[in-house]
Design a protein around this ligand. Sequence first.
Ligand code: SF4
Length: 405
Amino acid sequence: MYKIKSTEQMKEIMGTYFRSLESGSRKVAWCTSVGPAELLRAFGFEVYFPENHGALLGTTRTAMDYIPEAVKCGYSGHVCSYTTADIGAFLKNETPLQKHYGLKGVPAPDILAYNTNQCREVEDWFTFYADYFNCPIVGVQPPRHLDEVSQDEVDLVVEQFKKMIPVCEKVSGQKFDIDRFRETVRLSKEATLLWQQVLRTASAANPPLSFFDGTIHMGPIVVLRGTQVARDYYAALLKELEENVRNGLGVLPEVRTRIFWDGMPIWGRLRMLSDLFAENHAAVVASTYCSSWIFDQFDEHDPWDSTARAYTEIFINRSEKAKMRMLADWFREYHIDGIVYHDSKTCFNNSNAKFGMPQRLQALTGVPALVIEGDLCDMRFFSDGQSITKIETFLEQLEASKIYN
Ligand code: SF4
């Protein structure tokens, strides 16, 4: 059985991170997953990410117990199930962090910081908590759906970032220090470039990491950006994976097809889907989701412009044309035979199958596409039987077309 040994180290790192949130030694900032974590860390905040909590509610399959609580408060069951599951769990004062890490609950925020580069939902979500805790909320609202990001747009986002400073100074009790900011940007840059190299190991003929492994190992790049711990973890993981490639060790004994996953993970069915692809000799080698935490623009010598640009240029914030260019590049880099689009019921923003992209991208690249319906957390929108049949048929067709071509 192939195993990534660094997984144990990653679990320890995540446990230490969660427990540090309630040590009480530092003020706590809540941040969106592609929000201004570097700036918050420069003020010495512990940084907590509600989306990571949403994913935990999804993987533990507890989300459906909580979504109705949020619905009772007026949140539609058709909006982001991270949001509704997280708010519902909070209202019931329950969290998997209690059972898995011994926390009393989620840590109360001293400040909330969002970035709508991914969706407007995060602003609504964080505003619920700002009202509840009566605490300050700051945010960045970059221009969306751009083909290219120009300097004008970067300047606008820099101004928005800088407006956070007085609020962060007041809440943290610390003056802004550009050198501390440079340092967190440097650490984030090093970690994110290592993460990029980690993902790239899956371009090997026998990939040492699948999309499903990636959703687990991405924990530190999401919640510990801007720290030495995250940087060192990805250096160690990369070393292990590169060694596995050299030794011909990979996730499957035999890879017949190479698949790209677009959209959100289906957290409540990760294991089932991982087994399904493996049984059909298909390696899911790359994804838009895991690649969302590659910020290769970070530059500590130009911390404002580079962070503004990095957070504005991310895949989810781009036009369909730009997304298609990025996907076509990934197809070439990872030698992709087929793409599976997860059309997520409650995440319109991270679903790319609604406006004809699968057909257009297939015509452009020749890479066949399959669309499956589901959801990130709310498994009422996912049909096991239907999805399994669709995926198996798609993989059989891909294999057959490779044999006859
Ligand atoms: S991108 Fe989608 S899943 Fe993530 S917070 Fe926004 S709506 Fe929710």
